[in-house]
Ligand binder design. Structure first.
Ligand SMILES: [Ca+2]
Length: 209
């Protein structure tokens, strides 16, 4: 009787584990991500582009605002038909981005972006200062680590991995200095040189599996 109870409990636990595993496998399939600096998503069998647009963010020299770059769709939809006037006070203002001295792109041009969905993957990671992915991972794109300058810009933002092509967006409006994008270099302060080299800009890679 005792043995019978044990076997049942064991089997029940095993079944519960399998059900939970199947459930988590089923529910976690697919990743969404933004490709920065390109309006095309990486090529892959089940890749879908949800929209494309332009990179935007808080003005480089504003205090406050947001610390993230956004991928704004080219064709916006407004939830309210009511306009509140052209004055930009008492709101959070967004500005298009501009490459500053890009290696492959055009100085002062805006950066495109796209929101992508890959139904084949479960997870995705961006690795700074790498161009290759670990074994078993697929390389979605290689890029340059980019972000705000830090010699007086007041708006901090998270670094992003910008596609190495550094494409220009439609309507790149010249030197307007909005949410700026600079290359990133590692200094030799607390970082080993070599192998790090403060004369070179850092790469990045986006990997999934
Ligand atoms: Ca500029």
């Amino acid at each position: 009787m005792f043995l019978y109870g044990c076997i049942n409990l064991y089997n029940l636990k095993k079944i519960a584990f399998l059900v939970a595993h199947i459930h988590s496998e089923g529910s976690s399939k697919g990743v969404t991500f933004i490709i920065w600096g390109n309006k095309k998503c990486p090529k892959s069998k089940k890749m879908e582009r949800l929209y494309y647009g332009v990179v935007a963010g808080t003005y480089y020299n504003n205090k406050g605002g947001s610390a993230e770059y956004l991928c704004l769709p080219d064709e916006p939809e407004y939830a309210s038909k009511r306009a509140i006037g052209n004055t930009l006070t008492h709101v959070s203002r967004l500005y298009g981005t501009e490459y500053e001295f890009p290696i492959n792109g055009v100085h002062d041009h805006g950066a495109p972006c796209a929101l992508c969905y890959d139904a084949d993957d479960n997870t995705q990671v961006m690795m700074p200062a790498m161009t290759s992915c670990p074994s078993g991972w697929t390389r979605d794109y290689v890029g340059f680590l980019m972000g705000p300058g830090n010699w007086g810009d007041r708006s901090p933002k998270d670094y992003i991995c910008v596609d190495e092509a550094q494409k220009s967006s439609r309507g790149s409006y010249g030197n307007q200095n909005g949410a700026l994008l600079y290359h990133v270099k590692a200094t030799c302060h607390g970082i080993h040189c070599p192998p790090y080299d403060q004369a070179r800009v850092l790469a990045c890679v986006v990997c999934s599996r």
